[in-house]
Design a protein around this ligand. Sequence first.
Ligand code: PLP
Length: 396
Amino acid sequence: MNASVEALVKNWPLMNNNITREDLDALIAFLRQDDPILTQSSNVRAFEQEWSRWLGVQYSVFMNSGASANLLTMAALKHHAGPGEVIVPALTWVSDIASVLQNGLEPVFVDINPRTLGMDTDQVISKLTTRTRAVFLTHILGYNALEQRLIDELKRRNIPLIEDVCESHGATFQGRKLGSIGWVSNFSFYYAHHMSTIEGGMVSTNDPELYQTIRLLRSHGMVRESTSEDLKAEYKRNFPDLNPDFIFAFPAYNVRSTELNAVIGRNQLPRLDANNEKRTRNLKRFLQRLDPHKYFTDFEVEGSSNYAFTLVLKHPDEALRGRVEAALRERKVEFRRGTSGGGNQLRQPYLRKILGDVFTQFPRTDHVHFFGYYIGNYPCLELERVDALCELLNSL
Ligand SMILES: Cc1ncc(COP(=O)(O)O)c(C=O)c1O
């Protein structure tokens, strides 16, 4: 590799400049006010409304993380549908599975489709039973995991679809934004994602009843958090011995966020679409330039929105894997093996303890676990750097 290409590949973090000078200035301007309210208030409400408008749904609830969004969603599902099974992917983030277990629901695992890294639709459909309470699908690293026949089958059987969109803000299916299609969806605004509120998460839905449940679950199960006067009146009527300010409907949590995080989110949202366009351009270039004999390049990019480059070796080639990792480390190119959440969740101790050694039943997830990576793809990344990275990887 020549020296100019070498220089372009050096020092490449997983994420860069995701909270900008502008965001910090907006925060400072907010803090300059006399006695601003810092706990959850009008900026949180405004961010929720602006997010709902951007996503194309009626209701959103902002909270402290994407993991909390998963947790409250599963708590609401349990409340709504009772005990039973939830179909989940073997390749996802830990909180997607932990939230199922924490609510006494039973995860039923499905292997991935290598072209989307999301759940294989045939396997999902084959695992639906009368005990299935929901399909909890993850859109991995910006790729859409939905297919129309899955949506149709779930509708036919009246099984709710839950979308985890924590890694795929702005991605679409048939022109509709992911997270606006299922019964409910979850987003994360952790620093590493498409946009950031430092830490943060959102639950979005079109179901007014679910919206009220999530609002209560976010804040100790307190009925006064509801925006429904009817619901509040009903509790007041049914529990006349209680102070209406302190009626706790569920054994819940406090996962509220603050005004500070919402101010950053509101400042970020207007530039999300433009940033995603640059990321999508970069991802397409990356997949075009990568050697398809060495690396898997046949991803389903229609509607994708990727904050990461997915680098998956074509074959289980340990020697190539060694060369890739050494070359990236040497040049301080940050990477994560296993892509989303470190790979096969079934290999993790918290699941092995319950399920034993069933992880080998998910060979496609296992391939990504051992031979898949993600590398940072952020809006200020120039195409010449993407080309240089591909040149390096192809030379290994
Ligand atoms: C698919 C998925 N779901 C949930 C989460 C949890 O989000 P957070 O880190 O905001 O808790 C993540 C985290 O990165 C994720 O990738």
